[in-house]
Design a protein around this ligand. Structure first.
Ligand code: V47
Length: 414
């Protein structure tokens, strides 16, 4: 059977709006008939979202890159040991100063994630979110991955639900989808041995949904996972969504192999995922996750060009202005650090879609019938962009530790 006829029964199911099975999902991942997969995903997406493509005017903040999992999450280029070159931990005033860039921008969402710092307690985050809310009352806070929440619960000797309630009270509106990686225990043992398990990740999101905090979900692809691992990951997300309905968007995350041990071990340095696989992951995600309202493309990882094409491969949600992205740029992403509001609107319009600015809860903030390119709002950063610097880890384990730590205000106070 050629690739096209192999997908014919799946095409019939998509036409009828029927749920795809595990075998269907496997057939899609194994197929090289990308255009058919894309067309089916586009059909599924249009049925749900029409021509609308949403984005958030957002700013990413990473309060610390110190992480107790630094030596075992071998795919990550962002984390540092406390004394390692490039380690940083921001004081609250430093976080507030970075967030103040939002004052001159149309920012609606702070996306806040960091490492598992051994000493930063729940109070640091609660004070941060309260302080941000007081300074930027109209900005939503999407903060802390399931991994960070489980870590806080452990060091505070609280339940996950107690931590979630404290975060919610401090102003958190939703959770980002990071830390899921791929749930397969075998793949996880290779790439993230000591991280919370897939079941634990799902349990944190279940608890979040139960206390009224919606969340995003992700899958890290393009490393050691098998096609069956991808499918089982998507089916686990679909099952939780059937139970709670709390996921807002699904974001496939493309593995970047630079400046991390896994990339070196795989001999992949400088070779990220292919555009083919990036588009296929978007499209299969849309087709399998029939109960998750949105699928988001993360342009800092896959480039704005692939993200724009993804908008006709089943994707209706484009990562926003970002302002300063550290996690993927540490891992070798060659994409811009930020896109202006106008660039994002232009990318969506350029794909023949209708841009919709949304908030973190996917409520419409603005539509663009009257949009004039270059005249709507200020860019998300000055003409030269933000002034922060990325300093890559030299070679992770081999040369990672240095005698002289880079101390931040918080470390110095301890
Ligand atoms: O969990 C880490 C990934 C994630 C690498 O919810 C890497 O809206 C590729 O979850 N190559 C954190 N990926 C970021 C994240 C996220 C991003 C954008 C939007 C949202 C959202 C969430 O970044 C980690 C991990 O899967 N990551 N290192 C790397 N070398």
């Amino acid at each position: 059977m050629d690739g096209r006829s192999a997908l014919a029964p799946i095409a019939d199911k998509v036409e009828r709006g029927e749920r795809l099975t595990r075998d269907d999902a496997l057939a899609l991942f194994h197929s090289t008939d990308l255009l058919t997969i894309g067309r089916l995903a586009d059909q599924a997406n249009r049925r749900r979202n029409g021509d609308r493509v949403c984005f958030a005017a957002n700013q990413h903040l990473n309060p610390t890159n110190v992480c107790v999992l630094r030596n075992t999450c071998v795919f990550c280029s962002f984390a540092r040991m406390p004394q390692e070159e490039g380690a940083y931990t921001r004081s609250l005033d430093e976080v507030f100063a970075e967030a103040d860039a939002a004052r001159d921008n149309p920012t609606r969402e702070f996306h806040i994630v960091g490492g598992l710092h051994p000493k930063l307690r729940l109070a640091y985050y609660v004070d941060m979110f309260r302080g941000l809310k007081a300074r930027h009352p109209d900005v939503h806070i999407k903060a802390l991955t399931a991994v960070e929440i489980a870590h806080l619960a452990r060091i505070e000797k609280l339940s996950v639900t107690e931590v979630l309630l404290a975060l919610k009270q401090a102003g958190v509106t939703s959770l980002p989808g990071g830390g899921a990686e791929v749930f397969s225990p075998a793949a996880r043992a290779t790439i993230a041995d000591k991280k919370l398990s897939g079941d634990e990740w799902l349990a944190v999101h279940r608890a979040a949904h139960r206390v009224g905090l919606p969340s995003n979900c992700t899958m890290l692809y393009g490393h050691v996972e098998t096609m069956a691992d991808r499918v089982d990951h998507l089916l686990a997300l679909r099952a939780l969504q059937d139970e709670t309905g709390g996921f807002l968007t699904y974001i496939p995350l493309a593995y970047h192999p630079d400046h991390n041990e896994l990339g070196e071990a795989l001999g992949r340095t400088g070779t990220a995922t292919s555009g083919f696989d990036d588009l296929k992951n978007i499209a299969v995600g849309r087709l399998v996750l029939d109960n998750i309202p949105h699928v988001k493309t993360h342009w800092p990882m896959v480039t704005p060009f692939i993200s724009q094409v993804a908008l006709t491969f089943g994707c209706d949600d484009l990562e926003g202005t970002v302002v300063f992205e550290r996690v993927y740029h540490e891992a070798g992403a060659g994409t811009p650090m930020w896109l202006s509001y106008d660039q994002i609107v232009g990318l969506i319009r350029g794909a023949g879609k209708e841009p919709v600015e949304r908030d973190s809860l996917y409520r419409t903030v603005r539509t663009f019938e009257d949009w004039v390119p270059g005249q709507s709002v200020a860019p998300a950063a000055g003409p030269d962009g933000p002034t922060f610097q990325i300093s890559h880890r030299p070679r992770a384990r081999a040369t990672g530790r240095r005698a002289l730590p880079v101390l931040s205000a918080v470390d110095a106070a301890e």
